[in-house]
Design a protein around this ligand. Structure first.
Ligand code: CTP
Length: 412
């Protein structure tokens, strides 16, 4: 039975949390409740104790009774932390790592997926501080159930009303289903740029930050996969719970992928691999002289194409960063490289591509399907990519059967 920790904070929408709890129970979920001091001004602890059939956790310093360090034991037990309603105050604490009560402490102690349903006055919801906190949390993988628009308890008309019970429950159930849909899989993700040396101090590279691949690796880890991340020199921090192999050049990346691909059931090549490298690397720094300098560039191995040529039952995901005819070029790459899915994005658009924390993409698959993902955080795009992978492999969300793969061929 799945366990959901329901965090309840203080605002008028709190009564809906009781219905959320009941609905989750109807779906066979065990619900444990954590309340903030402010929530207790709206609804009594007794209400949630009676509904959940468990003690409610409100004070991380309470003595006696349950002797466990509750914020840690609950954090470990939970399959999902759902916070509904979530005030501007709790979002601020979550975003900044402030752990001064039971719920905020539990949030910082848990590695489980988190879904929040904000509720607040419209001006609070639009306040730059709240907007920034929401963006920070989204980028870290927290899922939001958007508040509704209408008349708010404070008399204002606008966005801020707690989402409907059905939407909150659906988001929680979807997050629970995702939690294990890559269990049994070994996912090989590549990320970052590659760097091709010209001489000991100069190189040819590109503007990839590694963010998209890192978010893909983190999302796969959170969905139960064993993850191997082969990374070029990226500018984002290394994810925890993932085996990271550092490489520099396209050839090094090709070698690392070849070594690890036999164990992979899914490969996602998010790396921006240099297509060319200098024909020779000067052993000493090249000194300037009169006139220009011509560099001779030669092709690097196409790693993904090699994987497609010796695919076995492995599921292959490629990326296509395009500025023109995005769909057409991506479809061509999908076919030529023998891929199952390609993530095409238009890097000429604002908020898409390399350095941005957000991205928009079209997911094109080998069966002709197309899914449009509008601009969103790279973490959310990563989730949508894994959702699509799960659908295309015909694996029901939450299934645990590892897909067999007969092929163990390595890339060249
Ligand atoms: N890729 C690879 N090995 C290379 C180059 C690219 O595995 N040497 C992978 C990338 O990780 C990405 C996909 O192939 O998943 C991108 O395809 P590619 O044709 O290389 O895209 P571009 O380099 O953008 O190609 P072009 O310049 O022709 O548009």
């Amino acid at each position: 039975m799945a366990t959901v920790v329901l965090g309840v904070t203080g605002c008028i929408g709190v009564y809906k949390a009781c219905e959320v709890l009941r609905e989750l129970q109807r779906h066979g979920v065990d619900v444990r409740v954590v309340m903030t001091e402010h929530a207790m001004r709206f609804v009594s602890v007794l209400t949630f104790e009676a509904l959940s059939h468990h003690p409610v956790f409100v004070d991380q310093f309470a003595l006696g009774g349950e002797s466990d360090i509750q914020h840690v034991s609950l954090a470990d037990e939970a399959d999902l932390l759902l916070v509904a309603p979530a005030t501007a105050n709790i979002l601020g604490k979550f975003a900044h790592g402030i752990a001064d009560d039971a719920l905020s402490t539990l949030f910082t102690a848990t590695t489980t997926p988190v879904v929040v349903a904000p509720a607040m006055n419209v001006n609070m919801f639009r306040h730059p501080a709240v907007v920034a906190n929401v963006e920070t949390l989204r980028a870290r993988g927290v899922r939001f159930v958007e508040p509704g628009t209408g008349y708010l308890a404070c008399g204002w008309l606008g966005q801020g009303r707690l989402a409907e019970v059905g939407d909150i429950v659906a988001a929680a159930l979807a997050a629970l289903a995702r939690r294990r849909d890559l269990q049994g899989d070994t996912v090989l993700v590549t990320a970052g740029p590659t760097v091709e040396d010209i001489d000991p101090v100069r190189f040819v590279s590109n503007r990839s930050s590694g963010r998209m691949g890192y978010r893909l690796a983190e999302a796969a880890r959170d969905r139960g996969a064993r993850v191997v991340l082969v990374s070029g020199p990226a500018t984002v921090p290394e994810p925890s719970g993932v085996e990271t192999i550092r490489v520099r050049s396209a050839q090094e990346m090709a070698d690392a992928v070849a070594a690890r691909v036999p164990e992979a059931t899914i490969v996602a090549m998010a790396a921006a691999v240099s297509d060319y490298r200098p024909g020779t690397v000067a052993p000493r720094k090249i000194k300037k002289s009169e006139g220009g300098l011509t560099l001779e560039l030669v092709r690097t191995p196409d790693i993904l194409r090699s994987l497609g040529a010796a695919k076995g039952g492995r599921f292959l995901v490629g990326f296509a960063a395009e500025t023109d005819d995005v769909r057409g070029n991506a479809r061509k790459k999908l076919a030529e490289k023998g891929l199952d899915l390609i993530v095409a994005n238009d890097v000429s658009r604002d908020g898409s591509g390399f350095a941005a924390e957000t991205n928009a993409a079209t997911l094109l698959d080998a069966a002709g399907g197309e899914v449009e993902v509008p601009r969103t955080s790279k973490r959310e795009l990563a989730e949508r990519i894994w959702d699509r992978v799960a659908e295309l492999r015909g694996r029901s969300p939450g299934g645990t059967q590892p897909r067999s793969h007969e092929g163990t061929e390595a890339a060249e």
